[in-house]
Ligand binder design. Structure first.
Ligand code: SAH
Length: 244
């Protein structure tokens, strides 16, 4: 289970935090660290704060985008210190770890943490199936980045100690984040072709659709059906436009 779990840090500004995250991960037997455009890395500060977990830093993967960092993952959970304008499915760390335990038995899983100053953007949060929020003082809810990783990683490790997940394997593998993104692009184009959606006046439609399909977590067979329906609808729209 644990080797299928990656910790993704988005645009971390302080290299010391990256080192402290590596240490928190290694304490909890997590090894896959992915950095999305860190401000400074590698760095002596990161190595110093890793205090002995610098092997994780040496193996850390750097990416240009969150999309790239989570592309193969069938479950993506974003850590958020505060609630957002559009509510998204939210888990506490214990429930998050249960989801991770189950999913990581058959797919790579990403746990995504945001910037020290501003957390994760709405666009980034919308790439997540669910959010994990560490219950904390509502007036002062933002933990230090590495401490937030520590709390979530601890729960994941506790869940791992319960043993491998014993449920039956899924009928078909869950869609990866990359497949979901291709689907969302196709869905957006289809609602435009059908004149159901005006890109000049987007409101919350695309966000709500994302939330719906992320919640449903379609598997690859279901995704083929959905993509087929979209293509058929686009063909009809094209034929109707050609006649008029
Ligand atoms: N000031 C930022 C928080 C930055 S803390 C904000 O208001 O959003 C850096 C990161 O640590 C956050 O993006 C989040 O991933 C994680 N984090 C901090 N506190 C958390 C909490 N209470 N629950 C879940 N994640 C938290």
């Amino acid at each position: 289970m644990l080797n299928n779990v990656r910790i993704v840090l988005v645009h971390t500004s302080h290299p010391g935090n990256i080192g402290a995250v590596a240490r928190a991960m290694k304490n909890m037997c997590l090894e896959n660290l992915v950095l999305v455009r860190p401000a400074q890395f590698p760095s002596a500060d990161a190595t110093a704060r890793a205090s002995g977990a610098d092997d994780l830093l040496a193996r850390a993967r750097c990416c240009d985008s969150l999309e790239e960092a989570v592309a193969e993952c069938g479950l993506v959970i974003g850590a958020s210190a505060r609630l957002r304008s559009l509510p998204w499915p939210e888990l506490d760390p214990h429930a998050c770890a249960q989801r991770v335990r189950e999913a990581s038995a058959h797919t790579p899983v990403a746990l995504v943490f945001g910037r020290e100053q501003s957390g994760l953007s709405n666009d980034e949060l919308e790439r997540c199936h669910a959010l994990v929020h560490i219950p904390s003082n509502p007036e002062y809810s933002s933990l230090n980045l590495a401490q937030a990783v520590q709390v979530v990683a601890y729960e994941v490790y506790r869940a791992h100690l319960d043993g491998e997940w014993q449920g039956s394997p899924p009928e078909s593998p869950p869609c990866s984040a990359a497949e979901m993104e291709r689907f969302f692009a196709h869905l957006e184009q289809t609602v435009i072709d059908l004149d159901f959606f005006d890109p000049a006046n987007p409101r919350q439609l695309l966000r709500r659709l994302r939330r719906l399909f992320q919640r449903a977590q379609p598997d690859s067979n279901e995704m083929n059906i959905l993509r087929g329906i979209l293509s058929a609808a686009q063909d009809k729209a094209r034929a109707a436009n050609a006649k008029s």
